[in-house]
Design a binder for this molecule. Structure first.
Ligand SMILES: Cc1cc2nc3c(=O)[nH]c(=O)nc-3n(C[C@H](O)[C@H](O)[C@H](O)COP(=O)(O)OP(=O)(O)OC[C@H]3O[C@@H](n4cnc5c(N)ncnc54)[C@H](O)[C@@H]3O)c2cc1C
Length: 456
């Protein structure tokens, strides 16, 4: 007999969604977080979420509608802006409509859902050590709000501790789960929220993403209005060797170049954060153990959005956990089905965009300006890529037309090659193994694609 059916470390959107899905089926769930209860949900973020993610979770686990008082402003599209800042692509479609929201209220709402569904919430409680018995996860050592250590057992432990993946890192070496994430698969960012009483954002329903390879290599600057007189602004970069500090980018590049900085500003919040920006962890389960959200690298590698995918991950992990708890077999083989379900719904797209991320590292501002100017990629194509991970440009007649009409053949050829590699990796994901036995053979097929993408 264990203390709980499931212990979930981390009560962000990923952990809370998992807890909600499992607790509502009547299983005993402990959801713990190191933050004080009324601070859970407060985190460095762009505060933007696509509505399609919410709809998906409604269908999967009956997530209720997001209440209106959490939403700061409705989002109707995203502008991608070239380094020259003269050319932009407006993406408007099912994946780019959504909301800009109050982060703390959103987090509190998810926590409340889990609690109302029956999860026991322990705040100000730190997950300290993964307990292992006979080589398998058996529970968790926690430090409670009084500073006392306690060992708790569970049939399943879920790591939803966010980008640190602090339980994942403690798995035994024999685990098929990667414990450490490469630095160059992480992004680091700085974000400020201001009221701008003297500056009106003209299109507060459109989020703006600015590319500039010289300033924000492997990342971008975002300007996300939260109404006419409020903005969430930040800059993030990939943590490759010698990357710039995001605070320096804000000071030296963003502040001098955006007009609203020339007006009176009321700073509401400033902070830094990190997120993984790669394909999901290849297996997000082991015996009695699951990963959800940032801890499982369930983040879009191009725009760094991970709230929606952590909700999806939480919903799918929760559904699998309920099924497995019923059969009384919580081995990796039983928990496995969470992997292919997530890979099919989102992981394959993440992998494809991850390949594209490596390509983007090797393009210049001139290349991007050219691509925008000549409309090599149209907004509708990009929208399609963001929805499906498929890039349309790379094949057939259309490419021939581009070569003859536009020029810059070397760049076009490189774009064509990367489009093929994105297609290749999606094919590999279509063959994601149906049991743990096939994992290492499957992984062997992934790595050569990355090797090629890094060289284009
Ligand atoms: C600068 C920045 C901007 C972003 N902007 C957006 C955006 O606009 N839209 C979007 O969709 N995504 C955005 N993201 C990504 C998004 O914030 C994450 O992907 C998402 O919050 C992941 O949810 P999660 O539940 O996995 O992790 P988190 O929300 O990080 O939750 C993890 C929880 O675990 C707790 N925890 C950690 N360690 C322990 C421990 N040892 N014991 C107990 N509890 C612990 C933490 O206190 C935290 O509450 C952004 C990320 C960054 C860094």
């Amino acid at each position: 007999m264990t203390d709980y059916d499931v212990i979930i470390a981390g009560a962000g959107t990923g952990g809370s969604t998992t807890a909600y899905a499992i607790a509502k089926k009547g299983y005993s769930v402990l959801l713990l977080d190191r933050k004080e209860k009324d601070k859970i949900g407060d985190k460095t973020c762009g505060d933007a979420l696509g509505s399609h993610h919410v709809k998906e979770a409604q269908e999967l686990i009956g997530l209720p509608e997001i209440p209106d008082d959490i939403v700061e402003y409705v989002v109707n599209g995203i502008d991608l802006i070239a380094p020259d800042r003269e050319h932009r692509l407006r993406m408007q479609g099912p994946t780019t409509t959504g909301m800009s929201f109050n982060r703390l209220k959103m987090g509190q709402w998810f926590l409340g859902l889990a609690e109302k569904a029956g999860a026991e919430v322990m705040a100000s409680t730190r997950a300290k050590k993964l307990l292992i018995k006979d080589g398998k996860v058996s529970g968790l050592r926690i430090m409670d709000s009084e500073g006392n250590d306690r060992d708790l057992t569970a049939r399943i432990v879920v790591d939803a501790t966010g980008a640190t993946g602090m339980l994942r890192r403690q798995l035994p070496e024999s685990s098929p789960i990667e414990r450490v994430i490469n630095k160059d698969d992480m992004m680091v960012a700085w974000r400020d929220i201001y009221e701008t009483p003297e500056y009106d954002f003209e299109t507060p329903d459109i989020l703006e993403i600015f590319w500039n390879q010289e300033e924000t290599l492997g990342g971008y600057t975002w300007v996300f209005p939260q109404g006419r007189n409020r903005v969430n602004v930040g800059a993030g970069v990939m943590t490759i060797k010698n990357h710039r500090r995001p605070q320096d980018i804000m000071k030296e590049f963003v502040e001098p170049n955006w007009d609203f900085y020339k007006t009176k500003l009321v700073r509401l919040d400033s902070s830094g954060g990190v997120a993984p920006i790669r394909r999901p962890i290849d297996t997000m389960v082991d015996d009695n153990f699951m990963l959800v959200g940032d801890a499982a690298c369930q983040v879009n590698p191009i725009h760094g959005g991970g709230i929606g995918s952590s909700i999806l991950g939480g919903a799918l992990a929760g559904l699998t956990a309920c099924k497995v708890l019923e059969t009384n077999d919580t081995s990796i083989g039983s928990l496995w089905e969470y992997n292919p379900r997530y890979m099919e719904m989102y992981g394959s797209k993440q992998a494809s965009l991850d390949v594209f991320r490596w390509f983007l590292l090797n393009v210049t501002n001139d290349d991007i300006d050219f691509a925008f100017r000549k409309q090599i990629i149209k907004a509708s194509d990009l929208l399609d890529t963001s929805m499906t991970g498929k890039m349309k440009i790379g094949t057939g007649e259309k490419f021939k037309r581009l070569v003859s009409g536009i020029g810059n053949v070397p760049l076009l050829r490189r774009v064509q090659k990367i489009a093929h590699l994105m297609e290749d990796i999606r094919e590999v994901y279509a063959q994601y193994p149906s049991s743990p036995d096939g994992l290492s053979d499957w992984q062997e097929k992934l790595w050569p694609i990355y090797d090629q993408a890094k060289k284009i």
